[in-house]
Design a protein around this ligand. Structure first.
Ligand code: AVJ
Length: 320
């Protein structure tokens, strides 16, 4: 099965550390302070996210799974895809639903920043699929993708609602550059969380067992390990809030007291006032009309739009 698995590194070694240093330098000296959410996902953070997806309050994963269960066959026949490219591949439960509806000799291209996640997921999928080929790509899909030569039509899946982690301008740029990468006949399957009762959203981002709080604070451990920072997770509170104007959830880390986070690798210290926030994530929630116009503005024609029975989450199928 070795010949059916290849792994390409589109990220030069050290690129990740340099990107973290740049994000920290920029985000922690800004006012208000912020960090991009991609830094949550080291091994521990990825495991905590997997745990979040099983919590009673965190509905998006189950809602999206419900839609895929019902619609995978439609997606396969509407796209006739021979290559599936999955951005931010994560766990493979949802991937399996798509793979099982697509042709058995499919080329599967999972794209992720974590080589170890790609290895584990890729090999697991190959085990019971003798005709599948996996071309894993270590890449940061926000920084311009280079896709391997694979048969068309190609279906790009960007699931989970992760597009909501981008600011509106970043989203527009991302959707445009993705479209320019694809050819006529290729397609995009986009998962988006929908606007709903703020109480439901707040519970999903601040669960009773505190798993999301641990996930949020995990970024402090990443800073401690990668940049020799001396931050103590116990000095911060987990905060989830709904922004009704911009219709996004935010996660923040709120300093309990005045403190200075020394970042030895960068030779700096970051001062927090008591109660000062560091924004660690936005997670935008969409309305069908707004989503459709964002896709159209980036040159996509939406041909499929499906929600779960509860109307909580949506999958859109769009063509360049
Ligand atoms: C994996 C980015 C879709 O935004 O809901 C889970 C991450 N943050 N709980 C999301 C997350 C807080 C999740 N995404």
């Amino acid at each position: 099965s070795t010949s059916r698995f290849t792994l390409t590194r589109a990220l030069p070694p050290g690129a990740t550390a340099a990107a973290l240093a740049a994000d920290v330098t920029e985000g922690l000296s800004a006012d208000p302070k912020s960090l991009p959410p991609r830094w949550f996902y080291d091994e521990r953070g990825s495991a905590l996210f997997e745990e979040i997806t099983t919590l009673p309050e965190y509905y998006p994963t189950r809602a999206e799974h419900e839609i895929l269960t019902r619609r995978a066959e439609d997606i396969a026949s509407l796209t006739r895809a021979r290559t599936l490219i999955e951005l931010g591949s994560g766990s493979s439960a949802k991937t399996r639903l798509l793979l099982d509806a697509l042709p058995p000799d499919l080329s599967y291209v999972p794209v992720d920043v974590s080589a170890s996640a790609l290895e584990a997921a890729g090999r697991g999928l190959l085990a019971d699929r003798p005709q599948l080929r996996v071309h894993a790509m270590v890449a940061d899909f926000q920084g311009g993708l280079e896709l391997p030569e694979c048969p068309g039509p190609r279906l790009v899946a960007f699931l989970g609602g992760t597009i909501g982690n981008l600011l509106p301008a970043e989203r527009a740029r991302f959707l445009e550059s993705l479209r320019s990468l694809l050819a006529p006949g290729d397609a995009l399957l986009l998962g988006t969380d929908l606007v709903k009762d703020p109480a439901v959203l707040l519970a999903a981002y601040d669960d009773a067992r505190g798993v999301t709080a641990r996930f949020n604070k995990n970024v402090l451990r990443v800073l401690a390990r990668e940049l020799d920072a001396d931050c103590d997770p116990a000095d911060f509170d987990h905060v989830a809030l709904w922004d009704p104007e911009r219709e996004w959830m935010e996660m923040r880390l709120r300093a309990r007291v005045a403190l200075t986070v020394k970042i030895r690798a960068l030779g700096t210290g970051i001062d927090f006032k008591p109660g000062e926030d560091l924004r660690t994530e936005i997670s935008a929630k969409f309305r069908p009309g707004g989503l459709h116009s964002e896709l159209a503005a980036a040159g996509w024609r939406t041909d499929g739009f499906w929600t779960d029975a509860g109307g909580r989450f949506a999958l859109s199928l769009a063509f360049p």
